[in-house]
Design a protein around this ligand. Structure first.
Ligand code: ATP
Ligand code: MG
Length: 252
């Protein structure tokens, strides 16, 4: 799935006093099928807003987003989305949350449950299949939300700080898993993160956004071979270079 982001701007108007906030300005970016692209930048620079516009939850106030040539105006099952605040359905247990989307798409329940259990096992949640969201920790809920999105055969997944609540072992495991799934299924991933190490580990491209109004400051192409090694000098240099780029924005 190819995304073409053309001259996208977004102005929010407050309901209270009509004051305008320019969140994004003139964003131009093409994301090819199967590419893993990370968006990084200071808090409040418009990363979530851009992701929501690409999904079709919000419309831009200027410019267009095209998904395989078609202008995006509303959400689609072809685009999976994992929110910053990973929302699960509180009235469904873990496994039913995971297979919810498959049911809508008419997949048989028994097969879906089998597949869901394999995914749950891979993140150490097999014993929690029958538990409800309120019985889980924050990181456990996040893992369920990730699996729910991975199990659906959407052509792309938009992920907003998806791994932020996880311990480092689980985070690394899921990073490997998401990379594998993305490359095997040629899924397009747009990934928002504050964790630069994570961005360098996973991405083909890292897009640095400036402070509000968010504009594209710099695009890093990450050509390191997979599996990537965090101990590599080249890896470490890239991480420092990108952190410095963002640091300059925060100091301005
Ligand atoms: N629904 C909304 N109504 C009004 N303003 C909004 C709305 N959503 C976002 N904004 C504003 O747009 C700007 C960008 O917000 P956004 O959530 O996209 O930032 P972000 O880069 O995701 O930040 P963070 O890293 O903290 O998650 C902020 O100034 C925010 O206040
Ligand atoms: Mg955000």
């Amino acid at each position: 799935m190819t995304f073409e982001i053309e001259n996208v701007s977004k102005t929010f108007v407050s309901n209270d006093d009509g004051e305008e906030v320019l969140a994004l300005k003139d964003i131009n970016l093409t994301i090819e099928t199967g590419e893993f692209v990370s968006l990084v930048g200071p808090s409040g620079c418009g990363k979530t807003t851009l992701l929501r516009i690409i999904e079709g939850f919000e419309n831009p106030t200027g410019g267009t987003i095209k998904d395989d040539g078609e202008i995006v105006t509303k959400p689609s099952n072809e685009r999976g989305f994992i929110f910053q605040n990973y929302s699960l359905y509180p009235w469904l247990n873990v496994i039913d949350n995971v297979i919810f989307g498959l049911g809508i798409n008419g997949k048989p329940e028994k097969e879906s449950k089998k597949r869901a259990m394999e995914y749950l096992e891979s993140v150490g949640l097999e014993d929690f299949a029958k538990r409800y969201p309120h019985e889980l920790s924050g990181g456990m809920k996040q893992r369920v939300a990730i699996i729910r999105s991975l199990i659906n055969d959407s052509k792309s997944i938009l992920m907003d700080e998806t791994f932020s609540a996880l311990d480092i072992q689980t985070k690394h495991k899921l990073q490997n898993q998401i990379h594998k799934i993305c490359k095997e299924q040629n899924k397009t991933i747009i990934f928002v993160t504050h964790d630069i190490d994570e961005a360098v580990f996973l991405s083909d491209k890292i897009v640095v956004l400036s402070r509000r109004p968010g504009t594209i400051k710099k695009i890093f192409e990450i050509k390191l071979e997979h599996p990537r090694n965090r101990e590599d000098q080249e890896f470490k240099n890239l991480v420092s270079e990108i952190i410095q780029e963002i640091g300059e924005l925060e100091e301005d």
